[in-house]
Write a protein that binds this ligand. Structure first.
Ligand SMILES: Cc1cc2nc3c(=O)[nH]c(=O)nc-3n(C[C@H](O)[C@H](O)[C@H](O)COP(=O)(O)O)c2cc1C
Length: 261
């Protein structure tokens, strides 16, 4: 199958999914156009898909699901029987139903999943879990994944006749009610620079008063915490330690990336 271009569409508040997408793009070595749908403002831009394009859809895993924002965005993109690669990036816990969920959404929108990968990155909330991931070993798997994708593309004669790719996950999808951990401002550290306002993917921090977080809108993605150079946005320390300790001990064994092709 002839591929003229690669388009990547990814949601990545903590920038780790973006990193894995970048590694895959480098390994695929196909001219690419990249759509980062994390920013609240950029999400209004229409993404037009052309024929003969390979599309990569990538997002983090939240509670074994895909972030609701990414799901809503994917539903607005119309494919033209394009082959698609889907990526779920998770923090060494579980990727649950995330791959199956992406597959279900985009195959209803005119894409055909030809490859799927679950990759591990440093957990954006539980920062002591999966430290330094993705690492050298992960990069080797990403390279191998890219080689297999290229081989598969070369062998596709009629994309409509491809059988459905089997990925892990099950119906009904698990319920993800959201996280109770929400970063708040440490008042004497914040200099009102507004970096958190611009980077918040859900517009939960008002421009007029960056000291406030709308807890109903906040999705605990940690973008504000990661972007703040003054460490002025943090989760309550006691609450954090109460959640982090059991999580870290439950998921301390290194998980390896998995792919389906
Ligand atoms: C709200 C939230 C929920 C998460 N849920 C899971 C989970 O269910 N399993 C897991 O292994 N990691 C989980 N993680 C970790 C992320 O999937 C992981 O850190 C990912 O690399 C973040 O991607 P990003 O850096 O592109 O935002 C969660 C992170 C956040 C912020």
């Amino acid at each position: 199958m002839n591929i003229a271009k690669l388009k990547t569409i990814y949601f990545s508040p903590g920038k780790k999914t973006a990193k894995i997408v970048k590694l895959l793009v480098e390994s695929l070595n196909i001219p690419s156009e990249n759509y980062n749908i994390t920013s609240y403002k950029k999400r209004n831009e229409k993404i037009v898909i052309d024929e003969k394009e390979l599309i990569v859809f990538a997002n983090p895993v939240y509670g074994g699901r895909i972030p609701a924002i990414a799901a809503d965005e994917y539903k607005n993109i119309k494919g033209k029987n394009n082959p698609a690669v889907i990526l779920a990036v998770y923090g060494n816990g579980s990727y649950g139903d995330a791959l199956l969920e992406i597959q279900e959404i985009i195959e209803n929108k005119g894409f055909k999943v030809i490859a799927a990968g679950a990759f591990i990155a440093n957990h954006s909330i539980m920062r002591r879990v999966a430290v330094n991931r993705p690492d050298k070993k992960d990069k080797e798997v990403i390279n191998l994944f890219a080689t297999k994708i290229k081989e598969k593309l070369e062998n596709i004669k009629d994309i409509q006749k491809l059988p459905k790719l089997q990925v892990k996950g099950k119906y009904p999808f698990r319920r993800y009610p959201g996280m109770p951990l929400k970063p708040a401002v440490i008042i004497n550290k914040c200099d009102l620079c507004g970096a958190c306002v611009i980077n918040c993917p859900v517009n939960a921090i008002p421009k007029e008063n960056p000291m406030i977080t709308d807890k109903k809108k906040c999705i605990s993605c940690m973008s504000c915490h990661i972007i703040c150079t003054r460490q002025a946005r943090k989760i309550n320390v006691i609450l954090y330690e109460l959640c982090e300790f059991p999580f870290r001990h439950m998921y301390n064994k290194r998980k390896e990336p998995e792919f389906f092709i």
